[in-house]
Design a protein around this ligand. Structure first.
Ligand SMILES: Cc1cc2nc3c(=O)[nH]c(=O)nc-3n(C[C@H](O)[C@H](O)[C@H](O)COP(=O)(O)O)c2cc1C
Length: 356
């Protein structure tokens, strides 16, 4: 929202509690009727608070962010609830941009620097196999994921694995992912759609008890469309996982906006663990950030400030006939023209050549 210099001056003046009379005296050269209109508008748009009116829930929740603001609060709120473009638009815009500005290279080289050729990496064994096999899946079979697999996914991604005692004698949880200061801000919610042995619904994962807590409300594939606007390819997933953050856990220990970065990074750790575990289980994982944040938060019953959704993953069973391994050309070589054609399936890389 744009504002003229006088608005900035007024907001700066109202950084502390002032009466309307004080404001009129401060801006004595401005027509008081116009000033009153401006003041009413600033109150209505919540730029200015009135002492005689109860603070909005969001404003109360934001007070916990005071040491992180304005940097983190501004970033958090201004990057929510985007209006996402459809795939065709994104692809067209990307093509147009590529005509004007070539894509920056995906790798960096120090030309002329002495080069040490490394011995071949060790890629045998289960762990490298899982790492190399992980891909983002966007097609799923109709067969459900079973509750045993979901249980393993949740436990290995977000379950409390140990408790230790922190410097203030507090109980601190340890999980499979690292967490800055072991603050563990990440919570998991499950949208179960097609999980054998689990009723369709919305659940919170109780990380210390390894249990699912059922939340009110119904869900179906249409909700998945609603949660991922424009991303029709996820509606066939068996389960969607939302990674939220409880910021207060981090704010309690770290008083600088930089700590907001740790929270985002930790969501990434969790999501990668989820995708790798799903790959190890022979399932089809995905991740996405193109979320309808406020709708998801409303359905989860969280306020979007004290606790907010950051990231999503999901899982389904693998469709027959598509072994989702990257075409050989992708292992370090640019794809051939023919392979590029195969890459043009909506936003994704699906090669029918690698049938099992
Ligand atoms: C932070 C993040 C956000 C992503 N968001 C989306 C998304 O909104 N929609 C989607 O289809 N894929 C999304 N992806 C998946 C990427 O498109 C995918 O990782 C990329 O194409 C590379 O493919 P790979 O995961 O198979 O290696 C996202 C990945 C990351 C890491």
């Amino acid at each position: 929202m744009a504002g003229s210099p006088i608005v900035c001056e007024i907001l700066d003046y109202l950084n502390d509690w002032r009466t309307a009379g004080q404001l009129f005296a401060f801006k004595s050269l401005v027509n008081p009727r116009l000033l009153q209109v401006l003041l009413d508008k600033l109150v209505k748009t919540s730029y200015v608070e009135r002492e005689d009116r109860a603070a909005r829930g969001g404003d109360v929740a934001m007070t916990a962010w005071r040491e992180w603001n304005p940097a983190a609060g501004f970033f958090h709120n201004s990057t929510k609830d985007l209006r996402y473009a459809g795939l065709r638009t994104i692809e067209r815009v990307t093509r147009e941009r590529a005509r004007v500005t070539p894509m920056p290279p995906s790798v960096k080289r120090y030309a002329g620097a002495p080069r040490v050729t490394l011995p071949p990496a060790q890629t045998g064994g289960e762990f490298p196999r899982v790492l190399l096999e992980r891909r983002t899946w966007r097609r799923f079979a109709r067969a459900p994921v079973d509750v045993q697999s979901l249980s393993t996914l949740l436990h290995l991604t977000a379950g409390v694995q140990a408790w230790v005692i922190g410097p203030a004698d507090q109980k601190v949880a340890l999980k499979t992912s690292p967490s800055g200061g072991a603050r563990q801000p990440i919570e998991l919610y499950v949208v179960a759609l097609n999980v054998q042995g689990l009723r369709k619904g919305l659940y919170h994962y109780a990380a210390d008890r390894h249990a699912l807590e059922r939340l009110p409300g119904r869900v179906d594939a249409r909700d998945v469309q609603r949660y991922f606007p424009q991303q029709w390819w996820y509606k066939g997933a068996s389960a969607v996982i939302f990674f939220t953050a409880v910021f207060g856990r981090v704010q309690w220990r770290y008083a600088h906006a930089r700590a907001y970065r740790t929270v985002l990074i930790e969501a990434g750790h969790f999501c990668q663990t989820f995708c790798l575990t799903a790959t190890w289980l022979g399932l089809a994982p995905f991740c996405s950030m193109a979320l309808a944040d406020s709708e998801i938060e409303r359905d989860l019953g969280i306020d979007g400030i004290g606790e907010s959704v950051l990231y999503a993953a999901g899982v389904g069973t693998r469709p027959r006939g598509i072994a989702w391994k990257p075409p050989a050309a992708h292992r370090g070589h640019p794809p051939t023209l023919e392979q590029e054609e195969e890459l043009k399936v909506p936003g994704l890389i699906i090669s029918r050549r690698h049938r099992r």
